[in-house]
Design a binder for this molecule. Structure first.
Ligand code: GLY
Length: 379
């Protein structure tokens, strides 16, 4: 008998991991983030529960997602009574653009959606950001469901309602906050994710523990190899742990007026590295380098002691992420940082580590130390 590629996962590890639900509560809006291997096959009733009278559903599908996984999602939606329109999207930083959002609107509006129609983002972080922007703006706002398929999107981008596209002047400069109504995470799909993509997501896991959870960081230092080995039970716990950290930060500051900025640890450096490298570095690789630079800056300012800085570098190394060997021109990276949208009143603001597990924001960092931090990545 040929195995049915669309069948749910049957490995013991996949079927025995328990379901984890993290609730994110904001004024006037709350949603569940559900994590369980095999969840794709039960997506339909979950989406039905948050859109009880919708007749249609639109799935914006990242072309990197295997057809078998798409069939599981659309099959479950159809069984729950949705007439499903699938819109293909060639996800990438280059297609995360205003022009591509425009192209996605054509098939979506031709499908005669109405205000009840949920838009589902099925793919990585870029797909979630772009589909979320479509959901935020089509008919002035539609229900939105995130079904992330990369570790990066599972632990970060799918939670918290940031949507948008890039502009030539910088990343994510056009967008809107539009919270999802539901986030469905099936860690079983990570078994088909390229290893480089998995490592990219681990950069955000390291970040979450560094800014909020010293004990979590100590566990991650020990166990991160289990993620690289594709241990689905561990990945389920890891994703649940990380979405819980992210959810608490977003609840405290949904519009990033204060502490949500802590989630940008390593990202001011990282976005500049991504842009100057023309995206040769993946997001996670750039964030890992950026986190190493932020740790150096934290140490130079007397916030982080040297053994702790070494632990940061070692944890990123265990996740097989880069912390050195940067080939880019230091001045070009520093110049690109000035265009980052996290600039407040002309000053660069940095998220720094006041020890492992605690983040602080500083906007008084001497330019020479910033340059030193970037230069330290070349060694
Ligand atoms: N990825 C950072 C945030 O959602 O705020």
């Amino acid at each position: 008998v040929t195995p049915d590629p669309a069948a749910p996962p049957t490995s013991a590890a996949a079927t025995t991991a328990a379901e984890r639900v993290v609730r994110l509560t904001l004024p006037g809006h709350a949603y569940d983030i559900v994590v369980r291997p095999g969840l794709l096959d039960d997506a339909g009733p979950r989406v039905r529960a948050v859109t009880p009278v919708a007749e249609k559903a639109v799935v914006v599908r990242d072309l990197n997602v295997p057809a078998a996984a798409l069939a599981r999602l659309t099959g479950s939606l159809s069984r729950a009574g949705f007439a499903v329109t699938v819109v293909d999207y060639e996800a990438g930083e280059e297609t995360k653009s205003w022009e591509w959002v425009g192209r996605l609107f054509d098939p979506i509006l031709r499908a005669r959606i109405d205000r009840r129609t949920p838009i589902l983002a099925f793919g990585g972080g870029v797909t979630g950001d772009v589909a979320g922007f479509v959901a935020a703006t089509a008919l002035r706002g539609l229900p939105f469901v995130q079904v992330p398929t990369t570790l990066l999107a599972m632990v970060d981008a799918s939670v918290g309602g940031k949507t948008g596209v890039n502009h030539a002047a910088g990343k994510n400069l056009i967008g809107a906050f539009h919270q999802p109504s539901l986030v469905l995470i099936d860690p079983g799909v990570l078994s088909t994710l390229p290893p480089r993509e998995l490592r990219s997501g681990l950069a955000e896991c390291v970040k979450h523990d560094l800014i909020r959870d010293a004990a979590g960081f100590a566990r991650l230092e020990q166990d991160v190899g289990r993620a690289l080995a594709g241990d689905v039970r561990y990945l389920t716990e890891l994703v649940a742990h990380n979405v819980a950290i992210k959810a608490r930060v977003v609840e405290a500051d949904p519009l990033e007026k204060g502490e949500r900025a802590h989630l940008n640890l390593g990202h001011t450096f990282g976005h500049a590295i991504e842009t100057v490298s023309n995206y040769d570095y993946s997001h996670g690789e750039a964030v890992a380098l950026g986190t190493a630079a932020a740790a150096k800056l934290s140490a130079d300012l007397g916030l982080l002691d040297e053994p702790s800085r070494q632990r940061v570098l070692a944890a990123l190394g265990k996740a097989e992420l880069p912390t050195a060997g940067l080939k880019l021109d230091v001045d070009a990276v520093v110049a690109a940082m000035a265009y980052d949208k996290k600039v407040a009143a002309g000053k660069l603001r940095f998220v720094l580590l006041d020890g492992i597990g605690k983040a602080v924001v500083r906007d008084d960092v001497p330019a020479a130390l910033v340059r030193d931090a970037v230069a330290s990545l070349r060694s």
